[in-house]
Each structure stands twice: as C-alpha cells, then as structure tokens.
Design a protein around this ligand. Sequence first.
Ligand SMILES: [Zn+2]
Length: 86
Amino acid sequence: MYVIFRCDCGRVLYAKKGVATRKCPCGKTIKVKSRRILQKVETAEDAAYAVQKMQEEIYGDSMFSTADEYKNNKFLNQLDRKMKKL
Ligand SMILES: [Zn+2]
C-alpha cells in the first residue's frame, strides 16, 4: 500500500505505507503521518501514476490561465532569451 500526499510547497509525493518520513525535492522532510492522505493505492506504479495525474491537474493546462500568470510567464521567457544572448 502506498499513500499520496502533498508537501507545503505544492508537490505531490508518495510513500510506502508505514514509512515515517519522506524528503521532498524542495528540501523539506515531511512526516507522512502529519499529512492529509489524498489517495491510497496498491503498487508503486499506481502511486507514480496518481502523482503524475495530480501534478498535471495542478500545474497542467490551467497553469497560465490568469493574466498575472501569463505575464509572469512572458517575463520568464524574456529572461530566458536574455540568458541565451549572454
Ligand atoms: Zn516540498
């Protein structure tokens, strides 16, 4: 059994049931028991798939749905272009 939960940074993570802590790529170590469990699945494959699906829902198509987010993205694009010139 694997449990799926989110870090404070927003990332969706999974851990084998019974594992006490899980380290997020953001650097935070999460106590699995202290998190709200979003989903439980049987296998690691299912867990990886569920995490991917949730990340897509959170960051996917709706990522730049607001004007502000669009502006931020444009800014990042410009920054990216400047970096390439250097
Ligand atoms: Zn995190």
